[in-house]
Design a protein around this ligand. Structure first.
Ligand SMILES: [Zn+2]
Length: 92
């Protein structure tokens, strides 16, 4: 991954942490002071990225289904979720 930033899920502000953080280092948002351990933050950010991928995949297949009357959508649109921490990576 290149240049993926972790942002606060609430104010979308890039988070602050130490250089080369370890699992138990604190990550915090400079704007609203939300903070968590680095490993938790990473897990949430990865979940967010996966969620984003599923949503864009769904959006694409919905478009394809509109183009062809014979294709039925077989999976549910992922519900909107809010994440404590998100990634800046929109490149999918
Ligand atoms: Zn914040």
């Amino acid at each position: 991954m290149t240049n993926t930033q972790i942002l606060c899920g609430s104010c979308k502000c890039p988070v602050q942490t130490v250089a080369n953080p370890k699992a138990n280092d604190q990550v915090s948002c400079p704007r609203c002071n939300r903070s968590d351990r680095f490993d938790k933050v990473m897990n949430t950010a990865k979940e967010h990225l996966l969620h984003h991928m599923q949503r864009s995949l769904h959006a694409r297949s919905t478009k394809a289904a509109h183009a062809s009357k014979f294709v039925k959508i077989t999976f549910q649109k992922p519900v909107n979720r809010s994440f404590r921490w998100v990634t800046s990576d929109k490149g999918i």
